[in-house]
Structures are given as structure tokens and as C-alpha cells.
Design a protein around this ligand. Structure first.
Ligand SMILES: *Cc1c(COP(=O)(O)O)cnc(C)c1O
Length: 217
């Protein structure tokens, strides 16, 4: 598939859900992809990308921004506290705020820099033991904590369990966001972004459907 195919599917999903297409940001997830594929998508004018690894992103994006202009890059992978500094220097948004120690660290950095990337709190929406994210039962309290630190919390992010229908999980995430007055919903990947749009996603994270399969070789 290609960027234009995904953009058409995004438009169709918005139309079907009676939503403005401008209310959904397509994050092209470029982690692990060969640089030629990333350059091809940049050349088509796309300006919002997602990365999972701080080191990979730091090696790639300063050069690409110098060449292609002020491209937005969003961090969507797990963030170690000791990588928070290079992360806030590089990323426009971080979707994986998932624990108090990281919130404290990001708040300290925001204070000293006078600015912070937009933040999304990752919710472990299926309460899976192996998965990162704040448990749904702890979400309201964690949002209060993060706001008390003056962090710019824009919304919530989730990765539903792989073997289940995503839609009920997207709906739960949307309910947690609504009752906490948060408008951002980062949800939906290559296999389920249309149902995420139907459930109110504001940010969809699509990788392989745009760039092709990832080769972790
Ligand atoms: C890799 C990744 C994606 C993109 O996955 P695809 O299935 O390739 O679209 C989206 N979100 C997160 C958190 C990821 O790690």
C-alpha cells in the first residue's frame, strides 16, 4: 500500500463517521524502515512521523528536518527516564507517558526548558500484564498527578490486545478521556485505524500499511 491509499481510506472513514478529516492526524510510523522509504513519503509532502526508539530517531531526524523542513516527529515507543532529555529535545509529542517517575522527569525538563512536547498518557487498556501503560482503574488519578505537575497533557494513547476486537477498547479509552476532559485520542494502527476513527481517534499511528513490512533482521 502507499501513503495516498491510506489517505483515501482515512478520508472515507471520516466521511462514514461524519467527521472532518482535519480532526484526524495521520502519524506515519517510520521506525526501522529503510531511509529511502522514509524519504519517499517526505517527498510526497507528508509532515508527521512516528518513531519508537530515541537513538534511531536522533540519528535520522535532525538531518531529514534540515533537508525537508520542520517535520513533526512523535515518540510512540516506551521511553526510559534516562532518555527523556534527548527525547524532549527532538520530539514534538510523546505518546507514552506511563508512570509517575517519567512524569516527574518530564516536568523537571519542562521547567528548565520553558517548554514541553505535547504529552499523551498511555493506558494499558486491556490490562495486559506484559504491556506498558497505566491501568484503566488508575487512569483518573494518574491524570490528576500529571496535571498537577503542569504537564501539557493532550490526550490518551492505547495499543489494544492483539487477539481481540479493538473497537470496545477504543471506546473505553474514549470514555476515560471524556470524563477527564481530554480531547486527544491516539489509537489505531495499520490493521484497525478505520475503527479507531469511527471511535473518535484524533491521532492514528500507521506504519506497515504506508511503508511496507518492517524488517528487524
Ligand atoms: C509500530 C507501532 C505502530 C505502527 O504499527 P503498524 O501495524 O505497522 O501500523 C503504531 N503504534 C505503535 C505504538 C507502534 O509501536
Amino acid at each position: 500500500m502507499t501513503l495516498s491509499t491510506i489517505q483515501s481510506r482515512l478520508l472515507a472513514a471520516c466521511a462514514a463517521a461524519n467527521r472532518e478529516s482535519a480532526s484526524v492526524t495521520l502519524i506515519a510510523v517510520s521506525k526501522v524502515q529503510p531511509i529511502e522509504r522514509v524519504r519517499a513519503v517526505l517527498s510526497q509532502g507528508h509532515q508527521v512521523f512516528g518513531e519508537n526508539y530515541v537513538q534511531e530517531a536522533v540519528q535520522k531526524w535532525p538531518d531529514l528536518r534540515a533537508e525537508f523542513g520542520p517535520v513533526q516527529v512523535h515518540m510512540i515507543g516506551p521511553l526510559q527516564t534516562n532518555k527523556a532529555k534527548p527525547a524532549v529535545d527532538l520530539f514534538d509529542a510523546i505518546h507514552t507517558l506511563d508512570r509517575p517517575s517519567l512524569a516527574t522527569k518530564l516536568a523537571t525538563l519542562a521547567q528548565s526548558r520553558g517548554t514541553s512536547p505535547d504529552l499523551f498518557i498511555q493506558i494499558n487498556i486491556g490490562s495486559e500484564p506484559q504491556k506498558a501503560g497505566v491501568l484503566p482503574d488508575d487512569a483518573d488519578a494518574f491524570i490528576v498527578t500529571a496535571r498537577a505537575l503542569d504537564l501539557p497533557i493532550r490526550g490518551l494513547m492505547c495499543i489494544p490486545p492483539e487477539d481481540q476486537d479493538s473497537t470496545p477498547h477504543f471506546k473505553s479509552l474514549s470514555e476515560i478521556a471524556a470524563r477527564n476532559g481530554l480531547s486527544g485520542l491516539s489509537m489505531g494502527m495499520s490493521s484497525d485505524f478505520e475503527s479507531a476513527i469511527a471511535a473518535g481517534a484524533t491521532h492514528i499511528r500507521v506504519g506497515s500499511a504506508i511503508f511496507g513490512e518492517r524488517n528487524y533482521g
